[in-house]
Design a protein around this ligand. Structure first.
Ligand SMILES: Nc1ncnc2c1ncn2[C@@H]1O[C@H](COP(=O)(O)OP(=O)(O)OP(=O)(O)O)[C@@H](O)[C@H]1O
Ligand SMILES: [Mg+2]
Length: 402
């Protein structure tokens, strides 16, 4: 255990799931018959070693067992089999408001929660102002927390957790709840933690953040560890594998009069339709259409949104000055060439449309039909959604202060 903060050995955890959906346990007992249930394996022989001082990410689809694993490490859940060894003071930020009592005030909860996490009353007294300050909820500190918004809950809970000064911090998807400013504050705190050689175990669906923020990661599927290793590699292979599932499920939504339709969208790199691409790729966006009618001078369009719905790019053939004489009943396609994809790593949704010549009548708008993961490529720039291909230059020699 010398260099390990946490060791998970062959841990199994199952939950009893009642299969008779309309039958509550009580109703089943009253009816004098057994409720039907199955044992559901949420963690299936999981083994992991988390080195001291690493920022360790857990990845996986909804229901893959990430939260269950964190809860067993935090000793909120007891494994059915296997062993967990934790070396160091641990604090956990799990579900929103876990460890908070709704009827108590923020102030009382700080004391209650701090005590549960192993702080003495005197320690909490000394840190109280700093906790409240970090949380930013001072105006509401004497109100019952049941009146708090989920963001306020998370802020206060997180503030307490980090003031415990844990050697090991578990964080489950809480950052998603706070606003941008709070997220940045947390990231700063995590960086301080990292620099101080502490261990952070974090669950997040923000895979781009995981890629840059974590040193190591594990990928869970159906309660099993699929892969463990350095975060960049694991995040990329997770993103890669995930697209296979998406493609089958892909459908998006559509609207329009429907006489002509966008039948599919291809994201072509080197001639192959893919859902994983890289910054700087030459991409051909191929829109396939099918039409029941003849349309003179149709307008084709496409757009890209971030997964959070931020509109990143859009273009249509009318603005491009590309005149398609007409389409006749039948099927066909049109290409949009993107010479060097200027998107940073992340997940994006692609939409396409088919309109009349003035772009006022919509035959079909197929929205978010294709989801692509952009992986690390060239150029590598530090933040945001796009790359500019920017360069640093012209640093001047120092001049004396005047
Ligand atoms: N208390 C419980 N009782 C019954 N089933 C549970 C319980 N807690 C979790 N499960 C089940 O165990 C599985 C794993 O759940 P878990 O919450 O660990 O997933 P997760 O990876 O954190 O998912 P998400 O990304 O949605 O947070 C799920 O199928 C879930 O329904
Ligand atoms: Mg979860």
């Amino acid at each position: 255990m010398k260099d390990l903060a946490v060791r998970v050995e062959n841990v199994t955890k199952s939950f009893r799931v009642y299969t008779d959906r309309n039958q509550s346990l009580k109703a089943a007992l009253l009816a004098g018959r057994r409720a039907k249930y199955e044992d559901f394996l949420a963690l299936d022989d999981v083994s992991l070693e988390i080195p001291r001082g690493t920022t360790f990410g857990l990845l996986g689809h909804n229901g893959s067992g990430k939260s269950t694993l964190l809860k067993t490490i935090a000793r909120i859940l007891t494994p059915d089999a296997g062993r967990i060894t934790v070396d160091g003071r641990l604090a956990a930020m799990l579900e929103v408001g876990s460890g908070f009592h709704p009827n108590l005030s923020g102030r009382e909860n700080v004391y209650l929660n701090g005590t549960i996490l192993g702080m003495s009353r005197r320690e909490i007294d000394a840190k109280f102002d700093s906790i409240v300050d970090f949380s930013g909820v001072e105006r509401f500190i004497d109100q019952p927390v049941k009146n708090y918004s989920s963001g306020m809950y998370v802020r206060l809970g997180f503030a307490v957790s980090i003031h415990v000064e844990p050697e090991i911090l578990l964080v489950d998807e809480v950052l998603a709840v706070g606003d941008l400013q709070f997220q940045e504050k947390c990231m700063e705190k995590f960086s301080e933690f990292k620099a101080a050689g502490r261990t952070v175990i974090v669950v997040s669906h923000a895979i781009d953040q995981m890629r840059t923020f974590c040193d190591q990661a594990a990928w869970l599927r159906n309660g099993k560890v699929i892969d463990v290793g350095d975060a960049m590699t694991i995040v990329d292979s997770y993103a890669n594998a995930e697209h296979g599932v998406r493609r089958v499920e892909s459908g998006g939504t559509r609207f329009g009069s429907g006489e002509a339709r966008i039948s599919s969208i291809e994201w072509l790199v080197d001639g192959a339709d893919t859902r994983t691409t890289r910054t700087g790729d030459h991409v051909t966006l191929r829109l396939h259409y099918e039409s029941d009618i003849e349309i003179p001078r149709p307008t084709f369009g496409a757009s890209i949104d971030t997964r959070d719905g931020v509109f990143v790019w859009g273009h249509h053939s009318l603005d491009a000055g590309y005149v398609v004489e007409s389409i006749r009943p039948g099927v066909g396609s049109v290409d949009i060439e993107i010479p060097a994809l200027p998107l940073r790593p992340g997940t994006f949704d692609v939409s396409a449309s088919l309109q009349d010549h003035a772009a006022t009548h919509v035959y079909d708008a197929l929205q978010k039909a294709v989801r692509v993961d952009v992986l690390h490529g060239t150029p590598t720039e530090s933040g945001g959604v796009t790359t500019f291909g920017s360069t640093f230059t012209n640093v001047s020699p120092p001049r004396p202060l005047v």
